[in-house]
Design a protein around this ligand. Structure first.
Ligand code: PLP
Length: 380
């Protein structure tokens, strides 16, 4: 099986497994305990915090460990729901992950205003600038890169605009971290990440909050994380997350070729040649080097593609893992103006650091084979 669903989750890398085992064996204690076993765990936790802060470019105490990005993102929307005035709005991009979108709607209802995106899936910066001319939201939330299309968002530019207007800026960087250089992320007020998207374990992530500020806790009943997130920290999976990130940061600094998306582009060219009538979503704008969101030819249904490619030995997806299986069209594609009938034909291929050039080549051959089966009942 060749795996092309890294945006859903990535396999846990060897270095992360080894770090998990080493910390589990070395630090049996609770990091809040005062004895030596507890102290060892608390030192390991502080070490991980310092490493992540150095990668992001922020203070170690700006970081709160969480169970993943869903929790981190809910912490942000929850915090602002408790601290903003009854009339205040939050502006979130129309293509945010459901854990931002739905939680913002839950807490703010109509006061959660959607920032539109262009047909290419890029958040409309002009909309933000013109709305800011006479309104001030309590928060602007724009993800760093989209999970379905891979389109990289102008988060640096939007952060600079928000800073000028003194509006807090939050970026869900889940799909960006471990794939692109982290530089500048730590300057954003709020940043979330999840280990399992870059080769760390599932069930662990973090939230970076503004320096010297606190956050209204979502979980109560413990003084962990400076009283900001109750519950015993899972030191071993946090250390494993940092081990994975260290590897990814090294790879990112040595892989300009990959980061330019050369293999992805070759794959897309071949796919378009093989499948007349297909097109690439967000083809004209900067995208993650690993993600291809393809609108398959008329008549093809995305679930057929996923099932048939699975049988042919390729794990691909219909979009975000969280919406897979539901027949309703993706809100991301809808926001981009993709008609719902077309959205039913969109297949996502997402590679990882372990993916080789020959995996991409094999995938395009697999696509051609499945296309042949679907349209002529033959394997090409
Ligand atoms: N944000 C984005 C952009 C994602 O892609 C995901 C997961 O697919 C999440 C948040 C949620 O992450 P987790 O499932 O680790 O909580």
């Amino acid at each position: 099986m060749i795996y092309f669903d890294y945006n859903a989750t990535a396999p846990v890398m060897r270095e992360a497994r080894e770090a998990w085992l080493a910390i589990t064996e070395k630090t049996g204690g609770n990091p809040s305990s005062m004895h030596q076993a507890g102290t060892r765990a608390s030192i390991a936790l502080a070490d991980a915090r310092e490493k992540l802060a150095a990668f992001l470019g922020c203070h170690p105490l700006d970081i709160i460990w969480t169970s993943g990005a869903t929790e981190a993102n809910n912490m942000v929307t929850h915090h602002f729901s408790k601290t903003l005035g009854a009339q205040d709005e939050v502006w979130i991009s129309a293509i945010e992950h459901p854990c931002v979108h739905d939680s913002a709607k839950f807490y703010f209802g109509k006061r959660a205003k959607l920032i539109p995106v262009t047909h290419d899936g890029v958040v409309d910066v002009d909309w933000i600038t013109s709305e800011l001319a006479d309104k001030r939201p309590g928060l602007v939330s724009v993800m760093a890169a989209n999970n379905e299309t891979g389109v990289i968002q102008p988060w640096r530019e939007i952060h600079a605009i928000c800073k000028a207007y003194e509006v807090p800026f939050f970026t869900d960087a889940v799909q960006f971290i471990g794939k692109m250089p982290l530089k500048g992320l730590g300057e954003c007020d709020y940043v979330s990440g999840a280990a399992h998207k870059f080769g760390g374990p599932r069930g662990v992530g973090f939230l970076k909050i503004p320096h010297r500020k606190t956050i209204t806790p979502l979980l109560h009943g413990g003084k962990q994380e400076g009283g900001r997130r109750a519950g015993t920290e899972n030191v071993a999976i946090i250390a494993a997350m940092l081990a994975a990130l260290e590897v990814r940061e090294k790879q990112i600094s040595h892989s300009q070729h990959l980061l330019r998306g050369v293999w992805r582009d070759n794959f897309e060219r071949e796919l378009l040649r093989t499948l007349p009538g297909a097109s690439i979503i967000g083809a004209n704008v900067p995208r993650l080097w690993n993600t291809v969101s393809a609108l398959m030819p008329d008549g093809d249904r995305k679930h057929q593609w996923v099932v048939r490619l699975d049988k042919a030995g390729f794990a691909v997806s219909t979009g975000s893992a969280c919406t897979t299986g539901k027949e309703e069209p993706s809100h991301v594609l809808a926001a981009m103006g993709v008609k719902s009938a077309q959205a039913m034909r969109v297949v996502r291929f997402s590679a990882g650091w372990e993916t080789t050039e020959s995996d991409w080549d094999a995938l395009v051959k697999g696509v051609a084979k499945v296309h042949g089966e679907m349209h002529h009942g033959t394997a090409k």
